[in-house]
Design a protein around this ligand. Structure first.
Ligand SMILES: *[C@@H]1O[C@H](CO)[C@@H](O)[C@H](O)[C@H]1NC(C)=O
Ligand SMILES: *[C@@H]1O[C@H](CO)[C@@H](O)[C@H](O)[C@H]1NC(C)=O
Ligand SMILES: *[C@@H]1O[C@H](CO)[C@@H](O)[C@H](O)[C@H]1NC(C)=O
Ligand SMILES: *[C@@H]1O[C@H](CO)[C@@H](O)[C@H](O)[C@H]1NC(C)=O
Ligand SMILES: *[C@@H]1O[C@H](CO)[C@@H](O)[C@H](O)[C@H]1NC(C)=O
Ligand SMILES: *[C@@H]1O[C@H](CO)[C@@H](O)[C@H](O)[C@H]1NC(C)=O
Ligand SMILES: *[C@@H]1O[C@H](CO)[C@@H](O)[C@H](O)[C@H]1NC(C)=O
Ligand SMILES: *[C@@H]1O[C@H](CO)[C@@H](O)[C@H](O)[C@H]1NC(C)=O
Length: 912
């Protein structure tokens, strides 16, 4: 004994010095090594492996490997750890001698040990004996954990009279000797958790007046004697949870004025005696969860003015006393989760509005006002009936899995500290923007598994501060229609109006689905928000048509297709829109002949018009509203698009579709072809446009193949400038000018401008007359009094050969005509119905005229005088006349200007 007392003390000094001066390990005593501020000793022989660590000189850990059956501590021979106060032994067998002897062998002074823990006993056959704690008279704290002791000897604590704290956990004994604690007057804490105790002997706690914390949780106790606690005035914490206690005596807690924490959860309590808590004036925590409480006595908690936390969850409460918690003025946390509560009253909750946490989850709570009350008191608002309106300090409110059918506005307007709301598993149908605006900057709102069909962002407004809401929305009945537009955009991170709203994070976005109009579920994150629409009810739509509203572009889509309509529908029903709308009108497969009326105010919002597969043969420029952005005229009877319409279309950026029409691919078509060819043109079906004849694709045609004679106005000017224009006339004789070109030239000529550009060729120079006039004698008056004087006396003056006047009497009429034509540089035909009936009827006349035409010796000017039959009723030759296009209509404002233009210029000088 003397040996270990002196030598190791010296060695210890060496370790300490070594430990401070160097970090390398040095051998100290026995089989030990020292490293920094811990020493490690290892034994390994004959299958027994264990090691000892000494930390900071005060704490010793002995750890055995599972195979160890006997402790042989010779490997620590010569060691001394006089400062060790705490010893923890893990996984070792009970020693054959007392623990005091064992510690002594390791160089520890047993009487200096204050804390001893023995955990996870190995080799479980050897029983715990009364002498095992011998030598540990200084012990204050004892922990036996998970040792599977089958009983505690009655004299176990005799050697350790100073014990303050005993923890014997996870053993297998079912009873305790009555006098086991008799010599422990200082015992404060007793923890006998997780044993198999069924009863406690009546005198077990006699004289333990210092007890503050007692735990017998997780045993099989079925009752507790009131005498146990009769003198425990210092008791602060009593944990009887997870036993089988079915009832409590009324006076059991009578003397526990210092009790702060009472845990009775997990028992079989069906009811509480009234007044059972009435003396617990210091109580702060009351846990009665996981019992089978059906109801609570009136005023049960009235005296608990310090109580901060009451847990009544997982019971069978179906109602609460009318003022259950009203006097608990410190109550901050209350859980009523998993009961059968249906109705709550404002009076039940603390008057001091102290609640910060309230869990009402998994009940049958609804806030709906019952109809009897409405009958009695008149309409009562849901919100007014919300019983928590005065609990203004709530930070966390859990009301999941109830029968709540609206989101109480108190969460947004009253609970200024609210950070978390769980309303999942309820029957909520309406959810609007306002329910996301909280006082706090970051709030979690759980709305999973409700009946929400859309998130109403109709009344969205700016926020002053940056806010964030974490939202859960899975398991609702969302419908992806126009009403979900804004929410979908926000959730998908797409821009909406320039607004400062909260940052909405849908935490379960990958599980949030919505149903589209075809009943198909889609992930909300993948919905194409630009296509979200609603169906407008038939009564608000145009008769027989169907109407949709598309949110993204504020578009009313009206489908009037396949209805046999001959007119555009009356859109005036849409003419008083609240916001600016656009209209798409689909008129495909109807019987429209015209687009007349499109410029009426009722079409002012029309942006997309489909009139494909109708019978439209002509489009007038006055029919095209410039607001139109899309026009589809496929499958109609259009042959050409007139120039003025092209101009209107060119001025817009319209998307156009033209295929399926019987296009006339002739010279007149060039403007349209060029129009289509403009690179910026948005024609959806250019590749499909074909000509009426030959089924030729338009994109294969060039200007030249369409009309070989075509020349651009600029080219003409250039050619004229270089004289080629003359050659052009010489080669081709009669050239058909386009109206507009004639227009320009008539104007130029009348204004005496650029005469060099239009000088007549010299071919007709030797002709006797400037013009021969051919007319019916029934139109003689017009010819003699108007036409001839106008030409012969105007400026310039023309020399006119007049049929009848200048003909030689007796000559054969055909010759006369031929000679007249030959002698004149122009032939003027006064084309009237008289002419067609009387003159044209004469075969000779016709023959002469046509011959003259074919010879190309003269050019014909047709003056249309009065009404003539439609072109289609004229015979071929006459049609040919008219098609020369050098015709003027009497009555035309520019009659004389045009006529003079067609006349040779300058005229042949009159031989005066
Ligand atoms: C303990 O181990 C030592 C060797 O480490 C051995 O000499 C001694 O006999 C053992 N003692 C017992 C009781 O087994
Ligand atoms: C340990 O106990 C011995 C004898 O009982 C005593 O001399 C020594 O001072 C004690 N050591 C400490 C650190 O308390
Ligand atoms: C324990 O000690 C007793 C006597 O004190 C002795 O008979 C017994 O053999 C020992 N057992 C072991 C395993 O050392
Ligand atoms: C309890 O304490 C009293 C006085 O302090 C003493 O007379 C009595 O014997 C003690 N009872 C037990 C069982 O130790
Ligand atoms: C005893 O119980 C009180 C009240 O619950 C607690 O604050 C204290 O920490 C407990 N003491 C021990 C040693 O468990
Ligand atoms: C009350 O006691 C329970 C069970 O012993 C414990 O878990 C809890 O932490 C204690 N509460 C307080 C506030 O001491
Ligand atoms: C125009 O409306 C039709 C249906 O009427 C639609 O198919 C087409 O996509 C719309 N065009 C544009 C550019 O929105
Ligand atoms: C069409 O419009 C563009 C500019 O908008 C203009 O440059 C072009 O001359 C126009 N074409 C016709 C044929 O009017």
């Amino acid at each position: 004994m003397a040996a270990w007392k002196c030598l190791p003390a010296l060695l210890l000094l060496v370790w300490v010095a070594g430990g401070i001066s160097t970090t390398t390990t040095t051998t100290t005593c026995g089989n030990c090594k020292e490293n920094g501020n811990y020493v490690i000793c290892r034994h390994s022989a004959g299958g027994d492996v264990y090691e000892v660590e000494v930390l900071m000189e005060t704490e010793l850990l002995l750890q055995c490997k599972p195979s160890t059956t006997n402790l042989n501590l010779t490997f620590m021979e010569g060691c001394s750890f006089p400062s060790v106060e705490q010893i923890k032994v893990y996984g070792c067998p009970l020693p054959n001698a007392s623990f005091g002897e064992l510690f002594f062998q390791m160089g520890v002074y047993p009487e200096n040990v204050t804390t001893f823990g023995f955990y996870d006993r190995n080799e479980r056959d050897r029983p715990l004996e009364g002498w095992h704690l011998d030598g540990l008279e200084g012990l204050l704290t004892l922990e036996f954990v998970n040792n599977d002791f089958l009983g505690l000897p009655v004299d176990l604590f005799t050697p350790t009279p100073s014990l303050r704290r005993i923890k014997v956990v996870s053993d297998s004994f079912s009873s305790l000797p009555e006098s086991i604690f008799f010599n422990l007057p200082d015992l404060e804490t007793l923890n006998f958790e997780r044993n198999r105790l069924e009863t406690l002997p009546p005198g077990l706690f006699t004289n333990l007046t210092a007890l503050t914390n007692v735990t017998f949780s997780h045993n099989y106790l079925s009752s507790v004697d009131p005498d146990f606690f009769s003198d425990k005035v210092n008791l602060e914490s009593l944990d009887l949870s997870h036993n089988q206690i079915a009832s409590l005596e009324r006076n059991i807690f009578e003397n526990l004025g210092a009790l702060r924490n009472l845990s009775m959860q997990g028992n079989l309590l069906e009811s509480l005696p009234s007044g059972v808590f009435s003396k617990l004036l210091s109580l702060e925590v009351l846990d009665l969860s996981f019992n089978v409480l059906r109801q609570l006595p009136e005023k049960a908690f009235d005296r608990l003015i310090d109580v901060k936390n009451i847990d009544l969850s997982n019971n069978s409460l179906d109602e609460l006393p009318s003022e259950a918690f009203s006097k608990c003025e410190s109550l901050a946390r209350l859980s009523l989760r998993h009961n059968n509560l249906r109705k709550l009253q404002a009076e039940m909750f603390p008057r001091q509005t102290s609640l910060t946490f309230l869990d009402l989850g998994h009940n049958n709570i609804s806030f709906t006002v019952n109809s009897a009350k409405i009958l009695q008191e008149g309409p009562v608002s849901y919100e007014g009936n919300f019983p928590l309106n005065s609990q203004i300090r709530l930070q966390e409110l859990l009301m999941n899995d109830n029968k709540i059918d609206f989101i109480p506005s108190a969460i947004n307007n009253i609970f200024v500290d609210l950070k978390k709301v769980d309303l999942s598993g309820n029957e909520i149908t309406d959810f609007s923007y306002h329910s996301l605006v909280f006082y706090q900057d970051s709030v979690i709102l759980n709305l999973k598994n409700n009946n929400i069909s859309y998130v109403d962002f109709h009344e969205i407004y700016d926020l002053l501060n940056e806010k964030e809401v974490k939202l859960y929305l899975e398991g609702n009945n969302l419908f992806c229609d126009c009403r979900m537009y804004l929410f979908t955009r926000i959730v998908q991170g797409q821009p909406i109006r320039k607004m400062k709203i909260m940052d909405i994070e849908v935490e379960d976005i990958e599980k949030v689905t919505c149903r589209n109009h075809d009943g198909i579920q889609q992930l909300l994150s993948q919905v194409d928000s630009t296509q979200l629409y609603c169906v407008i009810p038939d009564v608000q739509c145009i008769r027989n048509c169907s109407c949709l509203w598309r949110a993204h572009d504020s578009m009313v889509i009206i489908d009037c297709s396949f209805l046999g309509l001959q007119e555009l529908p009356d859109l005036s029903i849409l003419s008083k829109p609240l916001t600016k709308i656009s209209v798409t009108l689909d008129m495909k497969n109807n019987s429209l002949y015209t687009l007349k009326g499109l410029k009426d105010p009722q079409f002012a919002n029309l942006v997309n018009l489909t009139v494909s597969n109708n019978k439209i043969s002509f489009i007038n420029e006055s029919d095209i509203p410039t607001t139109l952005k899309v026009l589809d005229v496929r499958g109609n009877e259009l042959t050409n698009i007139p120039e003025p319409v092209l101009e209107v279309l060119n001025a817009t950026d319209m998307i156009l579709s033209f295929s399926g029409n019987p296009w006339d691919c002739d010279c007149d078509f060039i403007n349209f072809l060029n129009f289509l060819h403009t690179p910026s043109r948005k024609v959806t079906d250019f590749d499909e446009i074909t000509c009426a004849r030959g089924n030729v694709y338009l994109h294969d045609l060039t200007e030249y193949s369409l009309c070989p004679y075509f020349m651009q106005p600029m080219v003409i000017v250039t050619l004229v400038a270089i004289g080629a224009f003359l050659l052009f006339f010489a080669v081709f004789g009669t050239v058909s000018f386009y109206k507009y070109k004639q227009g320009i030239k008539v104007w130029l000529y009348a204004h005496r401008m650029c005469l060099w550009a239009i000088t007549e060729d010299e071919m007709d120079a030797d002709k006797k007359f400037d013009a021969f006039i051919s007319y019916s004698h029934k139109d003689e008056e017009f010819v003699n009094t108007v036409l001839v004087p106008g030409l012969e006396n105007g400026d310039p003056k023309y020399r006119i050969c007049l049929h009848y006047r200048d003909w030689v009497p007796g000559e054969y009429i055909q010759n006369q005509i031929l000679q007249s034509v030959e002698a004149s540089r122009r032939t003027i035909v006064v084309l009237s119905s008289n002419f067609i009936e009387s003159v044209w009827g004469q075969l000779e006349f016709k023959a002469a005229h046509s011959q003259a035409l074919q010879d190309g010796t003269s050019r014909i000017i047709v003056i249309v005088y009065g009404e003539i039959p439609p072109e289609s009723e004229l015979d071929d030759k006459l049609q040919l006349y008219i098609s020369t296009k050098t015709y003027v209509k009497w009555g035309d404002a520019k009659f004389w200007e045009k006529l003079r233009y067609f006349m040779p210029h300058p005229p042949k000088k009159l031989n005066n």
